[in-house]
Every structure is written in structure tokens, then in C-alpha cells.
Design a protein around this ligand. Structure first.
Ligand code: NDP
Length: 310
């Protein structure tokens, strides 16, 4: 069995070693434009270069080393429809998202962002507590990661709401779906957490019009993709006070350029796309299990619906 591997960071050695451990029957080859000679059985990629497409068009399945599929979907038309594209499902990312989002929500609920500023300024001043019942948390996207975050947030007793494409039910969570359900969802979400895939439907979803529907003094946490948020609109709403603060892990341009105004806005907390990292060992174990299942003629979960884009 031949597997073609591409890593943008070039750090392929540990991937080859872990594949040898989890799938010893496979020969993993690092893609190179000059030397790769197909056909290969499987490809393992995240954001492959255009020059790799000829090889990708011949494999039995393409495995992605992330949960988000937007980096490959830009080539959707060039990859034959019969080739399954299989993304990571959790593989250790859900726990990381639960930690990151819970921390960000609690930081705002307990006003620790303001105490951090007071601490730097040498100010000893207790602030009025937020009311738990007023601190509703709405999660956009109730998939593998979003639903795990909602589960984690249940511990703290905030009113919880979730928004998905199709109807859903989740104990302890008020569920909304579709564009028809978006307004009501936004109007009741004091903290908005974006955990959506980036698709033509969700791109720019958080523009001025939609973010203005959030209650006054709302908070935004974006751990999905930068292109979900209209960045100038967010700045405007933060400066007006309609949005109190935002925690952003993802941006339209990454790394976030030094001259970007977000760096100058103290109410915006920036992290460098680390809310849920791909854990190599767990990811390769998941891929190896699925490759074995496919080899045995079984179906596998995590196949991207390429008509929906996620
Ligand atoms: P899933 O595919 O499991 O879940 C996606 C959810 O979004 C589903 O509930 C789906 O609804 C909902 N959704 C999709 N399109 C729409 C729409 N048009 N309207 C309403 N709801 C919609 O994805 P994951 O939970 O695994 O991952 C979510 C995203 O998190 C990834 O796509 C990626 O962008 C991001 N991510 C970010 C990372 C980071 O480090 N910052 C790391 C990993 C992922 P339905 O259930 O009805 O299908």
C-alpha cells in the first residue's frame, strides 16, 4: 500500500514514523513535484499545492489532517467526485476546544479580562458580577467540536443555545437551525462562539447586520475560520461598545499582519490558531483504522459531503 504525504511545514519525519507504527503495511512517501510517481492508494494532506492535484485525482481516498476541509474544497471541481475526502473527527481536538472556549467564556463571565487590565494598571477595584442567567452562550455549529464544547459548558450553568444547519436536539441546549432560526438564536446569545465550517453559506456570516442582533454588551469567540467574520464590522461594533470584547483564534490572513488594527485593540484577545491543534499520534491512529476499514470494504465516518462543503 502506498500513501502520498504532504506537509506544508516540511516536518514529515515524525509522520512517517507514526504511520510505520500504526500501519506497518503502508509505504509512506513524501510528495515532491519532481519525484512522486503514482498511482498511490491514499493521500494524506491538509492544504495541498496545486501541482499535487494530478496525483490526488488518482487515489482511492484523500485523508485530511484537520477537521476543517475548506483548504481542500477550493479544488473541489478538480478532484473526481467518486474519491472520498475524509476529515479528522475529534482526534483529540474536541477536548482542546472545550478547554479553550470554556476558558474564554469564564474569563468574560468573571470579568478577568478587566481584572487583568486593572492588575497591570495597579488598580484594586472589585467590579459588579455578571448574572449567570443573563450570560447565555450560543454556539454556531453543533458538530463534533461544537457539541463537545456545549457539553463542557453545561458544568457552569449558563443558558446554552446551539445553531446548526438541520434540526437537532441536545439535552439542556435550546436548539435553532437554518437561516430562519438565525435571528432568534443571535438575539438571545450574550456570548457567541463560532464553530462552523467555512462554506459559501457561512462565509461572512458574522457581518455588521448579524453581529448587531446580539444583545448589547455581547462577546465573540471565534475558533472556526477568519472568513466567518467581517473584520472591519467587528472593530466598529467593539468601538461602539455593542460588542464588549472578542477572543479570536483565526483570521483572514494568518499570521495576522503586524499592521492589522486588531493588534491595537485591547478588547480583542488574539491567539495564533492554536485552539485545537492536530495531534499527530491520535490523527494517524484514526486514519489507520479508516484505511483498514476501507480495505475491508467497509464504510467509514467523516466523509465530507462535497455538495455542502463540510
Ligand atoms: P462538523 O462538520 O462536525 O460540524 C459542523 C457544524 O456546523 C454542524 O453542526 C453543521 O450543521 C453546522 N453547519 C454547517 N453549515 C451550516 C450552515 N450553513 N448553517 C448552520 N449550521 C451549519 O465540524 P467540526 O465540529 O469537526 O469542526 C467545525 C469547524 O471547526 C471546522 O470546520 C474548522 O473550520 C474549525 N476548526 C478550527 C480549529 C482551530 O484550531 N481553530 C481546529 C479544528 C477545527 P449540521 O449538524 O446540521 O450538519
Amino acid at each position: 500500500m502506498r500513501i502520498l504525504l504532504h506537509r506544508a511545514d516540511g516536518n514529515t519525519g515524525p509522520w512517517i514514523e507514526d504511520f510505520a507504527r500504526h500501519l506497518p503495511e503502508a509505504r509512506v512517501e513524501v510528495w515532491s513535484e519532481e519525484h512522486s510517481q503514482g498511482p498511490y492508494d491514499y493521500a494524506v494532506v491538509w492544504s495541498p499545492p496545486q501541482a499535487m492535484l494530478a496525483q490526488l485525482a488518482q487515489v482511492k481516498a484523500i485523508f485530511l489532517t484537520g477537521a476543517g476541509v475548506d483548504a481542500l474544497m477550493r479544488y473541489n471541481d478538480e478532484i473526481p467526485a467518486h474519491i472520498p475526502v475524509i476529515r479528522l473527527e475529534d482526534a483529540g481536538m474536541a477536548a482542546q476546544m472545550a478547554e479553550y472556549v470554556s476558558y474564554a467564556v469564564l474569563r468574560y463571565f468573571r470579568r478577568l479580562d478587566e481584572y487583568e487590565a486593572q492588575s497591570r494598571a495597579g488598580v484594586w477595584q472589585p467590579l459588579a458580577q455578571h448574572e449567570r442567567a443573563d450570560f447565555s452562550v450560543g454556539v454556531l455549529g453543533m458538530g463534533v467540536l461544537g457539541s463537545r464544547v456545549l457539553e463542557a459548558l453545561k458544568t457552569f450553568g449558563f443558558p446554552l443555545r446551539g445553531w446548526s444547519r438541520g434540526p437537532k436536539q441536545m439535552d439542556g441546549v435550546e436548539c435553532f437551525h437554518g437561516m430562519d432560526g438565525l435571528d432568534a438564536f443571535l438575539r438571545g446569545s450574550r456570548v457567541l462562539v463560532c464553530m462552523l465550517p467555512l462554506t459559501p453559506e457561512t462565509s461572512n456570516l458574522l457581518d455588521r447586520s448579524n453581529m448587531s442582533k446580539l444583545p448589547a454588551g455581547a462577546y465573540l469567540i471565534n475558533v472556526a475560520r477568519g472568513a466567518h467574520v467581517a473584520e472591519p464590522d467587528l472593530l466598529t461594533l467593539i468601538k461602539s461598545g455593542h460588542i464588549s470584547a472578542a477572543t479570536l483564534d483565526v483570521f483572514r490572513n494568518e499570521p495576522l499582519p503586524q499592521q492589522h488594527p486588531f493588534w491595537q485593540e485591547p478588547r480583542i484577545t488574539i491567539t495564533p490558531h492554536i485552539s485545537a491543534l492536530t495531534l499527530r499520534g491520535e490523527s494517524i491512529a484514526q486514519m489507520a483504522d479508516k484505511i483498514r476499514a476501507l480495505g475491508a470494504g467497509q464504510s467509514v465516518a467523516g466523509v465530507v459531503d462535497r455538495s455542502k462543503g463540510y
